[in-house]
Design a binder for this molecule. Structure first.
Ligand code: SF4
Length: 336
C-alpha cells in the first residue's frame, strides 16, 4: 500500500468529526471552510468550535455576512483576537457578492486575489471546498512530512521541498479533500510535536525519523542564522566637490535605487589613495546583516570603464536612495 492509501484508510476510521468538515469529497459550502480556516489561524480547534457555530447561525451565507454592518461582525468575533481577520472577512464577502455573485471561485489564483486569503487559505478552500488537488501545508503537515522523510534541515530552508512532496502525495490521492484532512489529523493526533504515537501510526514503516529515532529533532523549526557580510562603501570626491554615485540595475537587491558604490568583498574599485575611516554603517536585510566601512578618496577623474557619475551633494535630493544609503549619507557631513 502507498503512503496516500495508508493515510486514506487510517482517516476512514480515525478522522476527526469537525463542524466545518465533510468527509468523502468537496464540502459543498466553501463559505464554511473559509470561515473555519480564518478562525483557526492562531486559535485552537477547541476554542474555535463555539465561535464557528455562533457565527454561522448569524451569518449563514456570504451575502448575509456582506450585508451586515462590520461592527456586528466584529462583535461576533469578539474574543478570537486579531480583529483585522474579521474586517478582511467582511471586505472579502462584499467582493464575492460584487464580483462572483456571492460564490467562491473554484480557482486558486482567483482566490489568492481576495483580501485576507493567502497561500494557505486559498489551498484550503480549493481542497476542502472544491476537492481540487491543491496541497494544504500547515504546521501539522510539515511535521508529518519532514519526519517521514527524515529531513533535518531547518524547515524555513526546505519549504520548496516540503511543498513539492505534499503536492506529490496530494496528486496521488483519490480524494484530495480527505487526504488533506487525513494528514492534518495525523499531525494533530498521532504525529504530535512531543512524544508522537509512532507505534500506532499508519506510516511508521515508511518513516525515517521513527526508524532512526529522530523525532525529537525533526522538524527543525529554528530560524536559519543570518549571513553576516562586511564590506566597504566609497566616498569618492572629485576636484569640484562632487561625489560619485551609481544606479543599481532594475532587478535584484535595492533595484533601481541610487547609491554610493559599495561592496561586500572589501576590494577597491580602482587604484587611488584610499583612506579607510573608522566610520561604519550597519544595516539589516531580510537574508543578511551588513556592515560597511566608509572608505574615501579624492580623485581628478575615474577610469573610463568605471561605473557611476559625479553629483554635487546639493543635488542628492533628486535621487532615490535606499535606507542603507540614507544611513551612509548621514555620515557624509562628518567626513567632509
Ligand atoms: S511514525 Fe511517528 S514520526 Fe513518523 S509520521 Fe508516524 S507518528 Fe510521525
Amino acid at each position: 500500500m502507498t503512503v496516500t492509501e495508508k493515510l486514506a484508510k487510517w482517516y476512514e476510521k480515525n478522522g476527526r468529526d469537525l463542524p466545518w468538515r465533510v468527509k468523502g469529497g468537496a464540502h459543498g459550502d466553501p463559505y464554511q471552510v473559509w470561515i473555519s480556516e480564518i478562525m483557526l489561524q492562531q486559535t485552537t480547534v477547541k476554542t474555535v468550535i463555539p465561535y464557528f457555530d455562533r457565527f454561522l447561525k448569524r451569518f449563514p451565507t456570504v451575502r448575509k455576512l456582506a450585508a451586515a454592518p462590520v461592527d456586528e461582525v466584529l462583535l461576533y468575533w469578539q474574543g478570537l483576537g486579531y480583529y483585522t481577520r474579521a474586517r478582511k472577512l467582511h471586505e472579502c464577502a462584499n467582493i464575492l457578492v460584487e464580483k462572483y455573485d456571492g460564490e467562491f471561485p473554484p480557482d486558486r489564483e482567483k482566490l489568492l486575489k481576495l483580501p485576507g486569503i493567502g497561500a494557505y487559505t486559498s489551498a484550503a478552500i480549493a481542497s476542502f471546498g472544491f476537492n481540487l488537488p491543491e496541497a494544504v501545508v500547515d504546521g501539522n503537515v510539515i511535521r508529518v512530512l519532514t519526519r517521514l522523510k527524515g529531513w533535518k534541515e531547518p524547515v524555513s530552508s526546505i519549504m520548496d521541498r516540503i511543498a513539492a512532496f505534499a503536492g506529490e502525495l496530494t496528486k496521488a490521492s483519490v480524494c484530495p479533500a480527505d487526504h488533506a484532512s487525513a494528514i492534518m489529523d495525523l499531525g494533530a493526533c498521532v504525529c504530535t510535536p512531543r512524544t508522537p504515537l509512532c507505534t500506532f501510526c499508519p506510516l511508521n514503516r515508511e518513516c525515517v525519523a521513527y526508524a532512526e529515532e529522530l523525532t525529537e529533532i525533526i522538524p527543525d523549526i529554528t530560524k536559519p542564522k543570518k549571513e553576516v557580510k562586511e564590506g566597504y562603501v566609497f566616498r569618492i570626491e572629485n576636484e569640484k566637490g562632487e561625489i560619485l554615485l551609481r544606479k543599481r540595475t532594475e532587478k535584484g537587491l535595492l533595484s533601481g535605487l541610487t547609491e554610493l558604490p559599495w561592496n561586500t568583498d572589501k576590494s577597491f574599485p580602482f587604484d587611488a589613495d584610499w583612506e579607510i575611516t573608522n566610520k561604519k554603517v550597519r544595516h539589516v536585510f531580510t537574508h543578511f546583516d551588513l556592515t560597511l566601512t566608509v572608505v574615501r578618496t579624492r580623485v581628478s577623474g575615474i577610469p573610463e570603464n568605471s561605473d557611476g557619475f559625479f553629483v554635487p551633494p546639493e543635488d542628492f535630493k533628486k535621487h532615490p536612495f535606499s535606507t542603507l544609503m540614507q544611513k551612509v549619507l548621514k555620515l557624509l557631513p562628518a567626513e567632509e
